[in-house]
Write a protein that binds this ligand. Structure first.
Ligand SMILES: Cc1ncc(C[n+]2csc(CCOP(=O)(O)OP(=O)(O)O)c2C)c(N)n1
Ligand SMILES: [Mg+2]
Length: 523
């Protein structure tokens, strides 16, 4: 079998050849050859190396890096349960089409099925979420483009560098024929809206602008700029105007609101899909056509868009007045959205924070664009701190993360960053309502289940964030007023810091109900 040191060095060369800049290392013995080879590559300035002890965190760190840098990022770990801890990040990468290279060290294949220490069946561990290459020597491996790649590497002892390791050549995979993207030309005619889900990108905005159609752009769509986004779209779908929609063009991966899912499933509605990135590119509802890209023949000269714009302005004015009364979660989202400068990064946690921001964020002009990201592939509350830290590692300038208290605690080891590691600038805004408030507005939150609600859904914890952050040596500020929040957001201290905003949870269901009514009253 191939010398472990030579194999590890050749793998690092392969990654560098793919354009990999960041490598995330999790310590272990079987993966030692990769650790030494990556360390040497980092010393030579060929890669940037990050070390994390928790593989789940490390996986999401690499995911955040790959999401923002547009290049594959590598994470590697030892054999056994370590490999299983990378699974959440692999699934998220698969569903959001992020080029994450997951490398698991293994023993030689001859030891499989024998009860050797720390040895399980790692080949194909992530199922069809990540194509797996079981490697014991150089074989052709394609560069990952959209989605994760699993390299399971069999290392034979010795696992430490000794003597002169032979130089290995990595064979190139055959180049496949590229597919020609399909293009649809849309007519002006039916009353049309453009829905831009996660990762829709600028084409959704450009189409809405060209055709003069309303744009329903989720915060992490990358399309929420210019004049066409309708901020309160979620509230307006049940209004008379919302009922008049005849056609929807869907981009990206919309996941945030039930009214949008309901819209897309309406009978007698024409849905045109622009194929999203990720593992499953089919829509969960019927579509009349699917294209890779679309353009429009003409411009809608009717009053369709101006009616949406007028209604949106009046509902947003009511919404702002309502949410201005106290420092609730919506006001926090508003303040955060206003404090991200052009070119800055805003990462969003799942659950209510991203939905509140969706309702409260204004749309900057395209030139003043901010990068807004979220893990919407599977919308987990795991790995959010790490993903945001990974994203921030690739960016200079202002970086913010807005997330809930439960989401924060789910990824606490994301804040365990050793003294040799690079720490990015990141202001973490935790909306602390002592539990998961999203369930309050769902069926489970109905008064008939009130008795068990806190115990089995909301899970209040009473955790002292200030003590938690002190233990992790992360600066922490607790704010209770809008002025304090503004001040904290306006004066970052550099490095990673936590701004905890304490808000109520007991009135969440009522507040959401009042907000929903704002749209309905404009029938
Ligand atoms: C890994 C994972 N586990 C569980 C869930 C289900 N879940 C969705 S939101 C949520 C609670 C989130 O609470 P918090 O972060 O405080 O946000 P809030 O709902 O209060 O806005 C949970 C447990 C999930 N999405 N992902
Ligand atoms: Mg919460």
């Amino acid at each position: 079998m191939t010398d472990a040191t030579a194999l590890a060095r050749a793998l690092v060369d392969l990654w560098v050849g793919w354009g990999v800049e960041h490598v995330v290392l999790c310590p272990g013995s079987r993966s030692a050859p990769l650790a030494f080879a990556s360390y040497d590559a980092a010393k030579a300035g060929r890669v940037l190396l990050h070390t994390r002890i928790d593989e789940r965190t490390a996986g999401f760190l690499a995911l955040g890096i790959a999401k923002t840098s547009g290049r594959p990022a590598v994470v590697f770990c030892t054999s056994g349960t370590a490999a299983a801890n990378l699974h959440p990040a692999v699934l998220e990468a698969a569903h959001s089409g992020v080029p994450l290279v997951v490398v698991t060290a293994d023993r030689p294949a001859s030891l499989r099925g024998t009860g050797a220490n720390q040895t399980t069946d790692q080949v194909g561990l992530y199922g069809d979420a990540a194509p797996c290459f079981d490697i014991s020597g150089p074989v052709p491996v394609p560069r990952p483009l959209g989605g994760p790649l699993h390299l399971n590497v069999q290392f034979v002892e010795p696992l430490t560098p000794s003597g002169q390791a032979p130089q290995l050549e990595w064979p190139s995979p055959p180049v496949g024929a590229g597919q020609v993207p399909s293009e649809g030309v849309l007519s002006i005619g039916p009353r049309t809206v453009v829905v831009a889900g996660d990762d829709a990108g600028p084409p959704a905005r450009i189409l809405a602008q060209d055709a003069h159609w309303p744009l329903f752009a989720e915060p992490s769509s990358g399309s929420r700029t210019g004049n066409h986004p309708i901020r309160s779209y979620r509230l307006l779908l049940e209004s008379e105007l919302g009922q008049a929609i005849e056609r929807v063009i869907v981009f990206g991966h919309p996941t945030l609101s039930r009214p949008v899912s309901a819209l897309l499933s309406r009978p007698n509605l024409e849905v045109v899909s622009v194929r999203p990135r990720g593992r499953w590119t089919e829509r969960p509802h019927p579509v009349v056509a699917t294209y890779d890209q679309v353009s429009v023949a003409g411009r809608d000269e009717s009053d369709w868009f101006s009616r949406w714009q007028a209604l949106d302005r009046s509902v947003c004015a009511e919404l702002d007045a309502l949410t201005d009364e106290e420092l609730g979660p919506h006001a926090v989202a508003r303040e955060v959205s206003l404090s991200v400068p052009p070119g800055g990064l805003l990462y969003l946690g799942a659950s209510n924070p991203i939905r509140d921001l969706d309702l409260m964020a204004y749309s900057p002009t395209p030139g003043q664009r901010r990068k807004v990201l979220a893990n919407r592939g599977l919308a987990g509350i795991d790995g959010t701190l790490s993903s945001a830290i990974g994203a921030a590692l690739t960016r200079r300038g202002r970086n913010l993360l807005l997330l809930g208290d439960v989401t924060f605690m789910h990824d606490l080891t994301g804040l365990v960053i050793g003294p040799h590691e690079e720490r990015p600038d990141l202001t973490i805004v935790v909306v602390n309502d002592d539990g998961g408030s999203i369930f309050a507005s769902l069926e489970q939150g109905s008064p008939q289940f009130a008795e068990s609600f806190d115990r089995i859904f909301a899970t209040p914890h009473g955790v002292d964030f200030s003590a938690l952050c002190a233990a992790l040596k992360v600066p922490h500020w607790r704010v209770t007023s809008r002025e304090e929040l503004r001040h904290a957001l306006a004066s970052p201290h550099g490095g990673i810091e936590v701004v905890e905003v304490v808000v109520r949870r007991d009135n969440r269901r009522e507040v959401d109900e009042v907000i929903r009514e704002l749209g309905k009253s404009h029938k």
